[in-house]
Design a protein around this ligand. Structure first.
Ligand code: BEZ
Length: 398
């Protein structure tokens, strides 16, 4: 039995996925907090909120994050900081309209000690003031909105993932060196897409690259990319840089190949373009796509191999960057809760400042002064392995 047998889970009924129903069938109760009574005598159980999409285009990312967080708990007797965990899950949905009320419910109604999760940059920007003002710690385990660890940095908001500008800027110089002509930029039309493109453009143009054109496609609504693919062809670009994740990434990469662009126009992107279940669905259409990311299942380290095997066993599929970011958020909380003087937001953020280096499957990383993850970015290329496509690690990016 997985992690559900050793700690209690609360699940929102709205947006329940098949995976959640299967887990619920394994022992957790729907719509009510189980409330494990086996807490450490020093502090009792700790209630943690998990805010991830269980519905919408990013639902698979949310499922991976939950599986990563649960794996960490499973490997640590269901405890963080030596205390039993009552994990309350809420559906972020497709953005702030659903994500903000879900975050508020976790804090005001469920009274969690800290919240982990948030996939979408727009949600992260939408909940930032709420966490700041209520002095409740938020550990963002995906959303890359630049301002969260920049202009709108908060004592109460920390990030175990990446910033949009960094992950994309890292790829710019490599593409400038490799591309023979200009590059067309295309992304989902919302905060993350805009920042990914801006970050890539900055790194790419600083290294002498030329941009052929730029287009933002309606987020969560675009299924047919043909008009955009025609515009790319007409631009005469040598290569393309794209930011899509989840279902949009599957459609974009498959249609890119079906449209006949893959052979002539090299495709680059932030690693979300070919990550996890997305890559499995793209199959051979993704072979040759090059991306930047701070994780790959193919990282050749003992720590990663051990993690990949454990995740595969518990989740029944290979891990993803989303799973790693949430797994690491659990590791961060484990350290912080064991050091904190109490459960208040002030106590916990003081302890977060002292967690030091995290021994992650992605490689060791630590928080920088702005609470962002300071880490290595890898250049990855999709290659077909034994019947499946993988993101081979072909280098490290500066
Ligand atoms: C974001 O909105 O920040 C985001 C979503 C999916 C993958 C990467 C970034």
């Amino acid at each position: 039995m997985g992690a559900v047998s050793v700690f209690s889970l609360t699940r929102t009924i709205a947006g329940l996925t098949l995976g959640a129903l299967v887990l619920a069938g394994c022992g957790s109760s729907l719509g009510e907090s189980g409330g494990s009574q086996s807490g450490d005598p020093s502090g009792g159980d700790v209630k943690i909120g998990l805010l991830v999409p269980l519905s919408g285009v990013y639902a698979p990312l949310g499922e991976d994050m939950r599986a990563g967080f649960e794996l960490y708990l499973d490997q640590h007797d269901g405890k963080l900081g030596g205390r039993g965990v009552d994990l309350v899950t809420a559906d972020e949905g497709e953005g702030p309209q659903t994500g903000v009320p879900a975050a508020q419910k976790l804090v005001t109604q469920d009274q969690v000690t800290a919240v982990v999760g948030v996939v979408n940059s727009a949600t992260a920007l939408g909940v930032r003031d709420f966490f700041h003002e209520s002095k409740k710690p938020l550990l963002i385990a995906n959303a890359g909105a630049d301002d969260i660890t920049g202009a709108r940095k908060s004592e109460y908001v920390w990030r175990t993932s990446f910033s949009n500008g960094d992950v994309s800027a890292a790829l710019g110089p490599a593409v400038a060196e490799e591309a023979k002509g200009s590059v067309y930029l295309i992304a989902a039309d919302y905060a993350a897409g805009k920042e990914m493109v801006a970050g890539f453009r900055k790194g790419f143009e600083a290294a002498g690259g030329k941009v052929a054109g730029e287009k933002f496609t309606p987020f969560g609504k675009t299924q047919d990319f043909q008009p955009y693919l025609s515009a790319i062809r007409e631009s005469g670009a040598d290569s393309v840089y794209a930011f899509y994740a989840g279902a949009e990434a599957v459609n974009f990469v498959k249609q890119y190949e079906q449209f006949g662009l893959a052979d002539k126009t090299s495709l680059y992107g932030a690693g979300f373009l070919t990550e996890g279940g997305v890559l499995a669905a793209q199959g051979k259409a993704a072979v040759g796509v090059k991306t930047s990311l701070h994780y790959s299942t193919e990282l050749d380290t003992a720590r990663n191999k051990e993690f990949v095997a454990a995740y595969q066993k518990s989740a029944g599929k290979p891990p993803t960057v989303y799973a790693v970011q949430a797994y690491d958020a659990a590791a961060v909380l484990d350290k912080a809760l064991s050091k904190a003087d109490g459960d208040s937001g002030e106590d916990l953020v003081k302890a977060l400042g002292g967690v030091g280096s995290i021994d992650s499957p992605r490689g060791p990383w630590k928080f920088d002064a702005d609470h962002d993850a300071q880490q290595t970015y890898y250049l990855r290329e999709v290659r077909s392995g034994a019947g499946t496509a993988v993101n081979a690690v072909v280098g490290e990016l500066g």
